[in-house]
Ligand binder design. Structure first.
Ligand code: CO8
Length: 258
């Protein structure tokens, strides 16, 4: 499908989705989120795709929701339209792994979009923030909820109340991102992480993603039970037999997603 606000490339089982509104620092509008939801849905359906990388430009992953688009809207408009919700729900439904590769600004909805991904790899130039407070509103796509779980209450309050930006070093120290790399190495690092995941059994990859995500939704006791049952169920797969046989025979496993 032809897109106007994103670019999609599929390379070695990885779908690379690049946000592409350079004049607005990839600000999120209805068209971009709708195209992104479609692309993510297509990646889920495409058997050739085993992992997704979501990125922006070197200057901005995304500088937030489009302020110019939102500025004239009333409460009734945003309430009745339920702005962005359907597309955001669709993006979050992907069961294949999705990595955010963040360079430059990831602000407001941009930071929230990165946090919706399974993990974030960022460049040393990345800047994260929830500056909605400066616009007379608050975060609306998880900036008060997911960020708090990533970095704890104190830093989440600081970010949401002052609107200050967090640099890459602080983001790694606080657990918001999994890796920081020099800006020129960002895409190489993200694509290589995606390719590493793409080599695994898709069944155990999807099961691992589901189990980690479950830890956000339930008690420790229920989460541990869920994990154990999923672990047990993977013994019904051929890939479990292959993975363990390959270890014993000192060879590379050949997973077949069965
Ligand atoms: N929306 C629209 N346009 C934007 C945005 C944005 N969020 N960010 C940047 N732009 C545009 C600028 O207006 C400018 O366009 P133009 O040249 O036509 O004026 C162009 O991008 C370049 O931006 P700057 O000239 O400002 O570039 P600088 O390098 O000087 O500054 C900054 C970069 C610091 C990133 C600055 O652009 C900035 O502060 N941007 C706004 C950041 C922000 O406040 N983000 C939060 C937005 S609100 C939000 O995300 C809420 C999400 C929740 C939605 C919930 C729905 C339920």
């Amino acid at each position: 499908m032809a897109y106007e606000t994103i670019i999609v490339e599929i390379e070695d089982h990885v779908a690379l989705i690049k946000l592409n509104r350079p004049d607005a620092l990839n600000a999120l509008n209805e068209q971009l989120l709708s195209e992104l939801a479609t692309a993510v849905g297509e990646a889920q359906q495409n058997d050739k795709v085993r992992c997704v990388v979501l990125t922006g430009s070197e200057k901005a992953f995304a500088a937030g929701a489009d302020i110019k688009m939102m500025s004239e809207k009333s409460f009734v408009d945003v309430f009745t339209e339920d702005l962005f919700t359907a597309d955001i729900d669709a993006i979050q439904r992907i069961r294949k792994p999705i990595i955010a590769a963040v360079s430059g600004y990831a602000l407001g909805g941009g930071c929230e979009l990165a946090m919706m991904c399974d993990f974030i790899i960022c460049s040393d130039t990345a800047k994260f923030g929830q500056p909605e407070i400066n616009l007379g509103v608050i975060a609306g796509l998880g900036g008060t909820q997911r960020l708090t779980r990533f970095v704890g209450k104190s830093k989440a309050m600081d970010m949401n109340l002052t609107g200050r930006f967090m640099d890459a070093e602080e983001a790694e120290r606080s657990g918001l991102v999994s890796r920081v790399v020099p800006v020129k190495k960002l895409m190489e690092e993200a694509m290589s992480a995606a390719q590493k995941i793409a080599e695994k059994s898709m069944i155990s990859v999807m099961a691992a993603k589901e189990s980690v995500n479950r830890s956000y939704e339930t008690t420790l006791r229920e989460g541990l039970l869920f994990e154990r049952r999923v672990f047990h169920s993977l013994f019904a797969s051929e890939d479990q037999k292959e993975g363990m046989a390959a270890f014993t025979e000192k060879r590379q496993a050949q997973f077949r997603d069965k």
